[in-house]
Design a protein around this ligand. Structure first.
Ligand code: IPE
Ligand code: IPE
Ligand code: MG
Ligand code: MG
Ligand code: MG
Length: 301
């Protein structure tokens, strides 16, 4: 598929601003305890890349839908993602002080508030779907995508943080690579896959379109975390806006740990190519998805 010179990355991610506005208005109208609302806004609207909402909207567009059709899942997925980050940063998990260039929520407020704000964002995300999407059959379909992905993300966090009872039965290098893929496809891939699929479903994708979007999503979903692993060892804390070097410090199973830097870069290139191939059936309408994959392969934060 040829690149369209008329579209640049800034234009592609521009709809994220509308999602931020949508989230702000939604929270303001929700009559939450003031301190909880402030905590959620601090974490949610604090300078994230908003890639998941952009993927929701751009996948909707790539199958012929309009952004308005997919605003609720775009907003909901950012709440689930931010809940996962707030809990990921807690002392009981990765124990991080810095996120999106500023103090993590539990440092900015306290641990109880970070736990509760994370919980609340999960509930609010599902509530957005059930109250804003019609007809109910579509709401149920979207909710199924979102809840399944949330559960898979949590499973991935368990594998990443606590290990898994299968570990003993998967020894050696092959076993380690299988475990690593399982961790990454779940902890990170699941929400990215749901982002793309929810967008396509809201855009009324037919079966081949949904299959193409899903293949793309699975490739970029894994690639995203492989790049995250790479950046953890190659970037500075200042550039990342989160603490670099955490994975080695915490002895995490990562792509650079298993394959080295060159092997990891080769895996990024392979997944990037797979993502591009997956888009072929969607034709020129998917140009923004191709450019997003290009960006995700070379991002520096
Ligand atoms: C960070 O996600 C956590 C991972 C799943 C790797 P992002 O890199 O999308 O974080 P934000 O939303 O831009 O802060
Ligand atoms: C995060 O993985 C995955 C989820 C939050 C679900 P990481 O622990 O690698 O993410 P960062 O590096 O802290 O953003
Ligand atoms: Mg983690
Ligand atoms: Mg972490
Ligand atoms: Mg990381």
């Amino acid at each position: 598929m040829p690149h369209s010179p008329a579209i640049d990355l800034e234009t592609i991610v521009e709809p994220a601003t509308a999602v931020e506005g949508y989230l702000r208005t939604y929270l303001a109208g929700r009559c939450l305890p003031v301190n909880l609302q402030e905590a959620i806004e601090y974490a949610l609207l604090g300078g994230g890349k908003m890639l998941r909402p952009v993927l929701v909207l751009r996948c909707c567009e790539a199958v012929g839908g309009a952004f308005e059709d997919a605003m609720a899942p775009a907003a909901a997925i950012e709440m689930i993602h931010t809940f996962s980050l707030v809990h990921d940063d807690l002392p009981a998990m990765d124990d991080d002080d810095l996120r999106r260039g500023r103090a993590t929520l539990h440092k900015h407020t306290n641990e109880a508030m970070a736990v509760l704000a994370g919980d609340a964002m999960m509930g609010l995300a599902y509530e957005l779907i059930t109250t804003r999407i019609v007809p109910p059959s579509l709401a149920i379909r979207i909710l199924t995508e979102l809840t399944t992905a949330t559960n898979n993300m949590i499973g991935g966090q368990v594998y990443d943080t606590l290990g898994d009872c299968d570990e003993a039965t998967l020894p050696g290098a092959v076993g380690a690579m299988q475990r690593l893929k399982r961790i990454h496809l779940n902890k990170t891939g699941a929400l990215l896959r749901a982002s793309c699929r929810m967008g396509a479903i809201c855009g009324q994708a037919d079966k081949p379109q949904l299959a193409a979007v899903t293949r793309y999503a699975e490739a970029i979903g894994l690639m995203f975390q492989v790049v995250d692993d790479l950046l953890d060892v190659t970037q500075t804390t200042e550039r990342l806006g989160k603490t670099a070097g955490k994975d080695v410090e915490q002895d995490k199973l990562t792509y650079p740990a298993l394959l080295g830097l060159e092997g990891t870069r080769a895996e990024v290139a392979r997944l990037h190519q797979e993502a591009g191939k997956a888009l072929e059936p969607l034709g020129e309408q998917a140009v923004t998805l191709r450019l997003l994959a290009d960006y995700m392969a070379v991002r520096e934060k």
